[in-house]
Design a protein around this ligand. Structure first.
Ligand code: GDP
Length: 177
């Protein structure tokens, strides 16, 4: 039997999506294990990672799914999105094309995920300030129009990673509780 401390009140499934190379796996590693790797190996086989945290006095298990490289072949199946309450949609602030594809990822969410899914748009690699190719102001406006939460973050330095996941989890909690 599980001890009282291990009792989980909620499991929240979150999917991480966005173009290949934007830092999805590293953001997940930063949030669940406080790890970061410059040479990230492909994550074939790893489906999700979890982190349990206390939110509003409830034990919440965040079950965060990684695409495991399938986005390269546009082979993400609807099973990936099934039951997801939240999505982290990631682009790379140093690579304009990854932001240009955000609209396509939103279409993918609309087609496959629940209508009520809460979406957090993340401009990752905010540590690479000299290489910035996407202005923050443009994205703030875009996110407002689309009804998305938005934060820039860096899996490398850790900046804003925790807060972005926490905002998403709190919004999910507010929706389900
Ligand atoms: P994925 O394909 O979206 O899962 O991307 P990865 O997590 O595998 O990251 C792709 C590459 O970008 C790796 O070499 C990472 O080390 C690097 N990377 C990821 N996040 C950051 C970041 O915040 N800053 C910097 N400088 N590099 C990053």
């Amino acid at each position: 039997a599980k001890s009282v401390e291990e009792v989980i009140d909620y499991v929240f499934k979150i999917v991480v999506i966005g173009d290949s190379g934007v830092g999805k796996t590293q953001l997940l590693g930063r949030f669940t294990k406080d790890e970061f790797f410059f040479d990230s190996k492909s994550t074939i086989g790893v489906e999700f990672q979890t982190r349990t945290l206390l939110l509003n006095r409830k034990r919440i298990k965040a079950q965060i799914w990684d695409t495991a490289g399938q986005e390269r072949y546009r082979a993400i199946t609807s099973a990936y999105y099934r039951g997801a309450l939240g999505a982290m949609l990631v682009y790379d602030i140093t690579k304009r094309s990854t932001f240009d594809h955000v609209a396509r990822w939103i279409d993918e969410l609309r087609a496959n995920a629940d209508n009520s899914i809460i979406v957090m748009l993340i401009g990752n690699k905010s540590d690479l300030t000299d290489k910035r190719a996407v202005s923050t102001a443009d994205v703030v406006e875009f996110a407002e129009e689309q009804g998305l939460f938005f934060s820039e973050a860096s899996a490398c330095s850790g900046e804003n990673v925790e807060s972005a996941f926490l905002i998403l989890l709190e919004e999910i909690y507010a929706m389900v509780s």
